[in-house]
Design a protein around this ligand. Structure first.
Ligand code: SF4
Ligand code: SF4
Length: 320
């Protein structure tokens, strides 16, 4: 018995060390790493429920194509896209996929989601159609002061609404503004605000050529998938359920002529649609890798925060 206890005392710290090393390697905070680990554990248990819905840990959609920042490492090509997804497309998507999927967390992304003119209605619609999910909004935070008191109150009543701010600027002024927003959200029980300081750990999913244009990697799909930080991010948009948001955005950006022709590879992947059966969708959600993952690099590169100038955006778009 004593020996067993001693064994545990020696090996428990070693197992913690293993997680520490992995976390450092991935460049994640403790919370993110824990979330990723539990999400992986739960992904193995994607379930087809008796009510006919598929329970899964995580699902995403995006509300806007464009962004008010132009990060040169943006994995979703948003600096080269513009506009928003039509409200009716999003509402249809929430309603139909909400009848079939039950994610633990349903994330609304962009571009910058707060740029959508119907942002508040869309958050409340997501709550209505995904009643069991935490609704999270990933934002760069610049437009947080524009959320009206009335909208904030309605999110609070809707309950389990989470704002996650990715700090891509890191300036003292921006931090001050975020601190004011944290105070504004603090008294609320149903809605929360978390700031992610992305510096030093932001990694890009793109390779760039000598002209600064993003290009596909042509790597081993399994290796790319293993290193990918979006490999749990199943995505819905309109009638389609896609393997990840990067893929959806890349296919759309290619169709808009916003990115280089090599990205046509994104169209080789066929997403699920509402006409597929629950069994087919279940199997798709559980899949671990797709041939199209070869477009992403086998090793992620850490990047420094950098915004593209409008001239650079124009030049890169013109070269597409
Ligand atoms: S804030 Fe996010 S979506 Fe916008 S350009 Fe930067 S990385 Fe892309
Ligand atoms: S295509 Fe595969 S590797 Fe690339 S972002 Fe999507 S899941 Fe990750």
């Amino acid at each position: 018995m004593k020996l067993k206890k001693l064994f545990k005392e020696i090996f428990r710290p070693l197992s913690q060390l293993k997680h520490f090393v992995r976390r450092k390697y991935l460049g994640m905070t403790r919370t993110e790493y824990k979330f990723l680990r539990s999400a992986f554990a739960r992904l193995r248990y994607v379930e087809l429920h008796e009510d006919g819905k598929i329970a899964m840990p995580y699902l995403e959609t995006y509300l806007t194509r464009g962004c008010n920042l132009k990060c040169d490492y943006c994995s979703h090509h948003n600096p080269f896209r513009s506009g928003v997804e039509p409200q009716e497309v999003l509402l249809h998507s929430f309603e139909e996929w909400g009848k079939r999927l039950k994610p633990e967390k349903f994330a609304l992304l962009g571009g910058e989601p707060l740029l959508h003119p119907n942002f508040a209605e869309l958050v409340l619609a997501a709550r209505k159609h995904f009643p069991d999910s935490v609704i999270s909004i990933t934002t760069n935070g610049l437009l947080l002061p524009k959320i009206s008191g009335e909208a904030l109150e309605s999110f609070n009543r809707a309950d389990r609404i989470v704002f996650l701010v990715s700090d891509h600027l890191g300036t003292p002024q921006f931090k001050e503004m975020l601190d004011r927003q944290v105070k504004r959200f603090k008294p609320l029980d149903g809605v929360s605000l978390t700031i992610e300081p992305f510096f030093k750990r932001w990694k890009t999913l793109h390779l760039h050529n000598e002209n600064g244009e993003a290009i596909p990697a042509n790597s081993d799909p399994k290796t790319a998938f293993r290193h990918c930080h979006s490999n749990l991010c199943r995505n819905i948009l309109g009638d389609k359920l896609s393997f990840c948001s990067v893929l959806t955005n890349t296919a759309c950006a290619y169709n808009e002529g916003a990115i280089r022709k090599e990205w046509k590879i994104a169209l080789s992947h066929k997403p699920m649609t509402l006409t597929n059966t629950q069994e087919e969708i279940f199997a798709y959600i559980e899949e671990r890798v797709q041939p199209v993952c070869s477009m992403c690099p086998g090793h992620l590169k850490s990047v420094e925060p950098k915004q593209l100038s409008l001239e650079e955006v124009r030049r890169i778009k013109k070269a597409a």
